[in-house]
Design a protein around this ligand. Sequence first.
Ligand code: HAM
Length: 412
Amino acid sequence: MASKHQAPKGTFDVLPTDEAARAAVTAAAAARLGAAGYGRIETPAFEDTGLFERGVGESTDIVRKEMFTFEDQGGRSITLRPEGTAPICRAYIEHGMHRLPQPVKLWYRGPYFRYERPQEGRFRQFNQIGAEAIGSASPLVDAELIILLARIFADLGIPDAELLLSSLGSPEARAGYRDELREFLRDHEDELSEEVRERIDSNPMRAFDSDHPGTRAVMEKAPQMLDRLAGEDAEHFAEVRSLLDDAGVAYTLDGSLVRGLDYYNRTVFEFTCDRLGAQSGLGGGGRYDGLVELLGGPATPAVGWAAGIERILLALDTPPEPKPIDVYVVTGEDRARAFGLVGELREAGLAADLDLAGRSFKGQMKQADRSGARHAVILEPDGTAKLRDMSSGDQREVDPGSLPAELAAAAR
Ligand code: HAM
């Protein structure tokens, strides 16, 4: 049926039939991350615009083109959060979490908003699961987080997620490399897209992310930071790689991996899945040792990742189906009796339902079948009751009084 209104472009409704698969993603994340000492955090869906301008970076696509920004009634500039890392660093600072034992390990799940061109796997409101470990510079934490995300994908039945791994080094080391890259880009200026040319000064590394054919061809020959790693940056990266090797997590080194957010240093990574087509990024993240300080907190190293729930769902071979109810109660005339029994069955912990639309006896039987319930209880006018096994069609007389306990025991 056509309504006068539709969900805004690039957004979608999550219907009850979709929920089982989504709940499975959240449960897999909660189980793996909870067992590794990560506590769940929730931050608001909107924040002061300045948090993202500073945190994500003025020259990123997210800040330049993709934020839903508006003025509230009090004249403040507000932005629907495009990502979760800057808000979590804001919360870390605001709640004095640097006084807790470090690192503080947090995970989250929620909606994020980016004004992107909608297509399969790309939406304007989408959901992420994410994890951040704030307050440790150890490569153990980088490896822990990457391994956890690999395990979550495997638990969910995405065994073919490919892990791309790189290191951007420290900001000081990168400064020299960026000059080298700028020079290289200037030498090839005519072959680059206008957007990349405009950002040669402010953000030369964005050129690696371009899908402009000319730029891509140039970037294949571009110098990469990965080949310039030295000193502690190189040691850190070697340690992360060796920990992943020991854990049996395979990866491909990819020196063109720069990620679309400006806060990263050292380790960066992305999981991709070929079956997803153009939007192949399942999840990604990296180290962001300067972000807490940039946002006004103490100098605090940190690392984390986020993964798109809708992308994960697209990558699942067989998404989990909603669980059917246990029992459907069918009655002739006495609706109140059926209502009472359904209440008792629910109290006993069973998923139970009855007709609420005034259907005939036959209509109710059809509904019991459609509900997928394992059993139907048929209440007879003389006060007796029958229990019907919906798959075999076998029926036997039962005592309605002992039915809740009996069915609850059978369901266990
Ligand atoms: P991101 O790579 O921008 O990283 O997003 C993470 C994931 O969110 C992507 O890999 C993708 O699965 C999903 N995603 C992003 N945009 C969309 C969209 N428009 N529609 C559907 N899914 C989308 C971050 O957000 C960082 N905060 C990750 C991080 C955490 N880094 C350190 N800690």
